[in-house]
Design a protein around this ligand. Structure first.
Ligand SMILES: [Zn+2]
Length: 76
């Protein structure tokens, strides 16, 4: 189906690429109201915040990273 001998090598993940990917993911997982970063993407387009900030539904303590550092990044 595909010829492996003609395939180009996969570009390695660099630290800058990893940081950019983490920043993009963090934007989709971080609530702008409480600052928590969840392990899942939060409905920013429909609710604008996490469910706990939106209607008070308590979030599980294992579902997010507490905002200890204001600018949480993988690599600074
Ligand atoms: Zn929130």
């Amino acid at each position: 189906m595909y010829r492996i001998d003609l395939a180009k090598p996969k570009l390695p993940m660099t630290l800058a690429k990893e940081a950019a990917l983490d920043a993009a993911t963090a934007a989709r997982q971080t609530c702008g109201t409480c600052g928590r970063r969840y392990f899942h993407c939060i409905p920013l387009k429909t609710l604008g915040s996490c469910l706990e900030c939106y209607d008070g539904t308590p979030a599980g303590p294992t579902s997010y990273i507490a905002p200890l550092v204001p600018d949480h990044r993988l690599a600074a």
